[in-house]
Unconditional design. Structure first.
Length: 358
């Protein structure tokens, strides 16, 4: 398909009297002097006699790279001037895209040149052809609103047509413009008023503010330096002077201590209940009618059992403490154990011999 299209393009070039119309199609589609010569010839047919560009007419294939780059840039500027490209695009001049895209570009430029030289109707001149084309475009533009109106129904019902009609009224636009201009004038007056009240001098030297800021910064730095010295010399040694206690070997004894402490709490609670029972009862009974022990007997039994476990655990704990830290006073040990226990609740000389006072 593209090869047949290139044959038609070369026939049109022969009709347009292009001197090298029989050049290979590959040389016309890809970068090279043959392509640049064809584009230059077509461009100057479109520019006409009043062209702002001068034709270079570089002959031969032996040109250096700088001359080739300059010619590509020169042709890109002409293409932008003619409206073929939107910018100075050198890649379009060298050839870009697939074989079909390159062929389509050459065909469009050749058709433009043909339209500028020959009319569609042999009886018309080129000027008459241009005039009739302009009339056709004007007619289409005038009927655009009617063609795309909903009455013609050219589109499916689900297609929404965005239309700018009806156009806004000119008087309404002028009114809005006057309102916005008034708002802008008021804002400008406020800006001028603020500028008059607060004069701004970019060259002013803020020596006083700078000196105050400098003094505050120096004071802050001095405070930070003093704190750093105090922390390094006093606080850090004091916080790091104690070693982490090594508790290895004391773990089982600590568990027994916790068990003994819990048992002691249970013992003291039962002791309180026993004291309340003795205060409430006038005469205690050791056995009930049914042969079951009374509440007082049951409480005393629980206290004796708790005391037995407590004495055994205290003996084990005393031996462990003696091995780890040496002998210490029992009074100090029990005061550290629970300072909330009243000192007159009990007194003892040996952990195995407890005696309580009411």
């Amino acid at each position: 398909m593209a090869a047949r299209q290139m044959e038609e393009i070369q026939k049109k070039l022969s009709t347009l009297n292009y001197p090298r119309a029989n050049a290979p199609a590959q040389s016309l589609l890809f970068a090279g002097m043959e392509r640049y010569a064809l584009l230059e010839w077509l461009f100057f047919r479109l520019l006409g006699d009043k062209s702002p560009f001068s034709q270079q007419n570089i002959q031969g294939d032996a040109i250096d790279r700088d001359e080739e780059t300059g010619r590509i840039q020169y042709l890109a500027e002409i293409a932008k001037f003619l409206g073929i490209t939107t910018s100075i695009d050198t890649e379009v001049i060298q050839g870009r895209g697939s074989y079909e895209e390159r062929t389509e570009m050459i065909r469009l430029i050749v058709d433009l040149v043909e339209a500028s030289i020959y009319a569609d109707n042999p009886d018309w001149s080129v000027d008459e052809q241009v005039a009739k084309d302009i009339q056709l475009i004007d007619s289409i533009a005038e009927k655009q609103a009617q063609i795309f109106s909903e009455e013609c129904k050219l589109f499916p019902a689900d297609v929404q047509i965005q239309s700018i009609y009806p156009l806004p009224d000119v008087s309404e636009l002028e009114t809005k413009l006057a309102e916005q201009s008034k708002i802008l004038l008021n804002l400008q007056q406020k800006v001028d008023d603020l500028a008059s009240k607060h004069a701004y001098n970019p060259d002013e030297e803020y020596t006083e503010v700078e000196s105050q800021l400098r003094s505050h910064l120096e004071s802050f730095l001095e405070t930070a330096r003093s704190f750093n010295i105090i922390y390094t010399k006093e606080i850090r040694p004091w916080t790091h002077m104690m070693e982490v206690p090594q508790l290895h070997g004391f773990g089982p004894a600590a568990n027994r201590l916790l068990e003994a402490y819990n048992m002691l709490l249970k013992f003291l609670g039962n002791l309180r209940n026993l004291r309340d029972s003795h205060a409430a009862l006038a005469i205690g009974s050791s056995e009930t009618i049914a042969g079951e022990p009374s509440s007082v007997t049951r409480i005393i039994s629980e206290c004796e059992s708790a005391l037995t476990f407590l004495n055994r655990d205290l003996g084990i704990l005393s031996a462990s403490i003696a091995r780890e830290r040496g002998q210490q006073g029992e009074e100090v040990f029990w005061s550290i154990l629970n300072p909330n226990i009243p000192s007159n609740m009990f007194s003892f000389s040996d952990p195995r011999e407890l005696k309580w006072d009411y």
